[in-house]
Design a protein around this ligand. Structure first.
Ligand SMILES: Cc1cc2nc3c(=O)[nH]c(=O)nc-3n(C[C@H](O)[C@H](O)[C@H](O)COP(=O)(O)OP(=O)(O)OC[C@H]3O[C@@H](n4cnc5c(N)ncnc54)[C@H](O)[C@@H]3O)c2cc1C
Length: 479
């Protein structure tokens, strides 16, 4: 990274250079610019400094200094979240962690991997495949960090079976905003044991879902899983969201799927149409794919038997369900993960002028249909595609409901239009008991405005305890 000469050097930059070296600290505008925006509707804002850290000691050094001087610090790995979560609300130091990308350990017997924060999904997938192991890869950019996704309650291809990425976390090492190094989970008791956060008090919760506002995670233990040899994907289509919900509810009861997902016609298109265009006459509005893995052919046959029974029951109810062929490219994009197709963001938004944002929520499954019907109205009124996904979660009737909304980020007016529509969608979802994940500040305000006062008070107390000078990603929690 470029730096000014020692004589003219800004004192903050000089201190950062002394911690991470001249190559790894800068206040050059062209580099700061690259960290000032993301794909979302969130207004770009420049950090004042960018540092590229290589080890725990450097992170501690930067945080001790920033805490003393009350300078904001924003942790960053790939910046592919689509909620402006790394856009510095109050300037300060952007801490890029992508060079900390060691896979510290893969233990195929204990089914645990230990990784640094910069390890990407593509990198971990390649290393795990050598052991015939997997993680729940998201339908997102392969360059994104596994740790960032996990601590942000990300969702991946095994959520129907194992839950959120954050539920796969087994241990953590974290630098607190004061520079203190802490561990939670089994690695806190034995430095080589990374297998479990339980039965200790579950302190990993202090760093999950906090959007980088309570500390910098420096090592993460996660559970990994065998890849059974027989993959069978069941695909159906329905004309209405109500019929698709009925099928998913029924199939979910049998707990045979790693992933049980449905996408609206607009989300099955590569790229998603922008602006909104109507579906072709005769097309089904909903497509579902359900991935199941079996160890033997007999096990696969048992899964097929269950699925056929569910389809027959849905047909007997008179729903519009049809066993269909899911568009090949779209199916590969969502099942051959980490995804080279959907993960290549241009396929999401190349028609849209490089903008993409979402109302990403977890919502009781029985509310999916009413929420979708309202979202569809709101989005079409704003000339946006109702490109919506619904995914079942861990065998219970709750799950992910989100829309991926491309828009033209080159136009202020079109960006504002998307922001308005998405926030309106979020309000509908909150009214039905849904909760957004990885929320942009606009969402945080909506959440906090509805929150129990005791929840908000506790949130503030924990934040103040861990980050007394409010230096970590300040402003993101909307409190
Ligand atoms: C087309 C597309 C599809 C997507 N699909 C999915 C999907 O299927 N599932 C899904 O979950 N996501 C999805 N995403 C969102 C995104 O890819 C994930 O959230 C991703 O894991 C974020 O990783 P990142 O490295 O880009 O994190 P960043 O954006 O760099 O950071 C995310 C957050 O984590 C904080 N953070 C980063 N590192 C640390 C650390 N070490 N300690 C503390 N805080 C830290 C940051 O401050 C920020 O708040 C998608 C995105 C796109 C563009």
């Amino acid at each position: 990274m470029g730096t000014a000469t020692a004589k003219k050097m800004d004192p903050v930059l000089a201190e950062l250079v002394s911690i991470v070296g001249a190559e790894n600290a800068t206040n050059a505008k062209h580099i700061r610019y690259a960290y000032s925006y993301d794909l979302s509707f969130v207004e770009p804002k420049l950090p004042d400094y960018v540092v590229m850290v290589h080890n725990v000691e450097q992170i501690q050094g930067v945080l001790r200094f920033a805490n003393r001087e009350k300078i904001p610090v924003v942790p960053y790995t790939a910046g592919t979240n689509i909620g402006g979560l790394c856009i510095p609300e109050r300037g300060g130091i952007l801490m890029d962690l992508k060079r900390m990308n060691k896979i510290i350990e893969i233990d195929p017997e204990s089914l645990v991997a230990v990784i640094e924060p910069g390890v990407s999904h593509a990198q971990l997938a390649a290393a795990l495949y050598e052991h015939n192991l997997r993680f729940g890869w998201p339908v997102g950019p392969p360059s994104a960090s596994v740790a960032s996704c996990a601590i942000s309650h990300g969702i991946g291809g095994m959520n129907a079976r194992y839950g959120l990425q954050s539920q796969e976390i087994t241990s953590m090492e974290v630098v607190l905003p004061t520079g203190e190094l802490v561990r939670v989970g089994s690695c806190a008791i034995n430095p080589d044991a990374w297998h479990s956060v339980l039965p200790l008090p579950q302190m990993d919760g202090l760093f999950k879902g906090w959007l980088g506002t309570t500390g910098v995670v420096t090592k993460l233990g996660i559970n990994v899983h065998h890849i059974p040899p027989v993959l069978k994907i069941f695909t159906v289509s329905c004309d209405t969201v109500e019929d698709m919900y009925s099928y998913m509810l029924n199939l979910s009861n049998y707990e045979i799927c790693d992933d049980l997902t449905a996408v609206s016609w607009w989300l099955s298109q590569v790229p998603i149409p922008y602006p909104y265009k109507p579906m072709p006459a005769g097309a089904s509005e909903w497509f579902s794919y359900a991935t199941t893995y079996s160890f033997t052919e007999k096990e696969r046959e048992a899964r097929v038997e269950i699925w056929e029974k569910v389809v027959a029951e849905e047909k007997a109810k008179g729903t519009s369900i049809q066993v269909t062929h899911y568009p090949e490219e779209a199916l590969a994009a969502r099942t051959k993960l980490p995804s080279q197709i959907v993960g290549s963001t241009k396929n999401y938004c190349k028609q849209g002028g490089a903008g993409i944002s979402w109302p990403g929520t977890f919502t009781p499954a029985k509310k999916w249909a009413p929420v979708y019907n309202d979202w569809k109205k709101i989005l079409i009124e704003h000339n946006l595609s109702p490109s919506v996904r619904m995914s079942m979660y861990r065998g219970v009737h709750y799950g992910m409901l989100r829309a991926m909304i491309p828009f033209n980020k080159q136009s202020k007016q079109e960006t504002e239009n998307a922001r308005h529509a998405i926030v309106e969608c979020l309000k509908v979802d909150l009214a039905h008991g849904g909760m957004p994940y990885k929320p942009p500040v606009d969402f945080a305000r909506e959440i906090n405005g509805r929150a129990h006062p005791g929840y908000l008070s506790l949130l503030k107390q924990i934040k103040a305890l861990l980050d007394p000078n409010d230096i970590m990603n300040p402003g993101k929690l909307g409190i």
